[in-house]
Write a protein that binds this ligand. Structure first.
Ligand code: HEM
Length: 397
């Protein structure tokens, strides 16, 4: 078997897909069994992203990521129009090109910079246009989001998230201040502007649907996590692979758009940004990996290990740790594996994220990048995935 090309390997977490359960917590790394859980409509509810700890009593509408059932289907249907591939290409393509050109030109003029900073500004800039948070400067918005996501560690599978009282207090302080500032500086001005003059974006749509200001704030935080934080990390990971693999880089540079998309899907399969998804079982559910079966009971928590599932050879084919954009996964298996989820909550932003990444990478590769310092792989509990920090490149010269 070829050596694994995966860089985000979490210490202490086996890479081999397995299934096991103890004390009401199931850990599922088999692609097939994980897919069955995600596709079991009505049998589970969302338990990831600390959703079970977010007080929802005061919300008239639950955020899309945290709601389930018929109300959730309706929300999905209505926002679908912002994320369809044709809309992404026609409406947001030029915005992406502009933003990428401006940011890469700025970085090149400075001789280079930190990839995590460039990727943050870019992903925030693109996502905020789709969401409709365009009434405040992008730099301030990005900074507020980073401070908000700077939270003490937690473990979803443990009671009380495994946090001490001191960590809960820190979470309240770290979270509430930045979220209040995010509301005052970014969300409220956007709502006011759109109440006066509606635009074709998510905030205008939520106003039209009767969402309160607090509902809209919570939905904006959801999009920030779902869209901005994730894409930022993927851009850095993809660039890291491209800068350290000459064959991959020349193939990418020479490829047409569909072939570049295939490279990106293969990269995110191998290096999924969201490393685990979580569900709470509500109705009894039987899953299998093709050989063995397991019965999950109401109340059980399911930890779906995306990193394991995406290298499950039964689903993605031989040498699952290699980077092979031409691989032929088994029937029904996505090219990106479970990197964008599956079933009712499957990421609507996939076409946006992949095109956005491609636009920036194409600009960066054309600006003659040189790797100055390799990134450190750090871990973030909110998306249960990696963050790359200290990744410095030189440009031009
Ligand atoms: C590389 C970038 C991205 C990755 C890896 C990613 C991954 C995911 C995953 C795994 C889920 C499913 C969560 C679950 O099943 O519990 C999800 C949901 C979601 N994503 Fe993405 N995402 C990315 C980019 C985006 C972008 C750019 C947007 C939009 C601006 C977006 C919007 C959403 C939304 C709204 C949901 C919730 C859908 C629902 O619960 O019905 N994502 N994303």
């Amino acid at each position: 078997m070829a050596e694994s090309k995966r860089r985000a390997v979490r210490p202490g977490e086996p890479e081999v897909p397995s299934v096991g359960g103890a004390d009401g917590v199931w850990r599922i790394g088999s692609y097939e069994a994980a897919r069955q859980v995600l596709q079991a409509r009505g049998h589970t509810t969302q338990a990831g992203f600390t959703s079970e700890f977010v007080p929802k009593g005061r919300l008239k509408h639950h955020p899309i990521l945290f709601s389930d059932g018929a109300a959730h289907d309706e929300q999905r249907r209505k926002v679908g129009r912002f994320f369809a591939p044709r809309v992404v290409a026609q409406r947001y393509g030029p915005l992406m090109e502009d933003s990428a050109e401006r940011l890469v030109a700025g970085a090149a003029a400075a001789g280079g910079g930190l990839v995590e900073e460039l990727a943050l500004l870019y992903s925030v800039d693109v996502t905020r246009q789709v969401v409709g948070l365009t009434d405040s400067p992008v730099e301030g918005l990005a900074g507020r989001l980073v401070r908000f996501f700077n939270q003490p560690p937690f473990d979803i599978t443990k009671p009380d998230l495994g946090r001490t009282r001191r960590q809960w207090a820190a979470a309240a302080v770290n979270g509430l201040g930045p979220v209040a500032r995010f509301y005052l500086a970014d969300v409220r001005p956007a709502i006011r502007a759109r109440r006066r003059r509606p635009a074709d974006d998510v905030v205008s749509h939520l106003i039209e649907e009767g969402y309160t200001d607090v509902d809209i704030l919570v939905e904006c935080v959801t999009y920030a996590t779902a869209g901005m934080v994730t894409t930022r990390e993927f851009i850095a990971m993809a660039l890291w692979h491209l800068l350290t693999d000459d064959g991959l880089r020349s193939a990418y540079a020479a490829a047409d758009a569909p072939a570049r998309a295939a490279v990106l899907e293969e990269l995110i399969r191998l290096e999924p940004v969201v490393g685990h998804l979580y569900r709470r079982v509500r109705e009894p559910l039987t899953v299998d990996d093709g050989e063995r079966r397991w019965r999950l009971e109401p109340g059980d928590l399911v930890d779906l290990n995306v990193r394991q599932a995406n290298v499950d050879a039964r689903a993605v084919g031989a040498d699952p740790g290699s980077l092979d954009p031409g691989r032929c996964p088994a029937r029904g298996v996505h090219a990106a594996g479970l990197a964008f989820g599956d079933g009712a909550h499957r990421c609507p932003g996939q076409p946006l994220a992949l095109m956005e990444t491609d636009v920036l990478l194409t600009r960066l590769l054309a600006a003659r990048p040189r790797l100055l310092s390799e990134p450190r792989v750090e871990w973030d509990d909110l998306v249960a995935g990696y963050c790359l920090r200290g990744f410095r490149i030189g440009l031009g010269g």
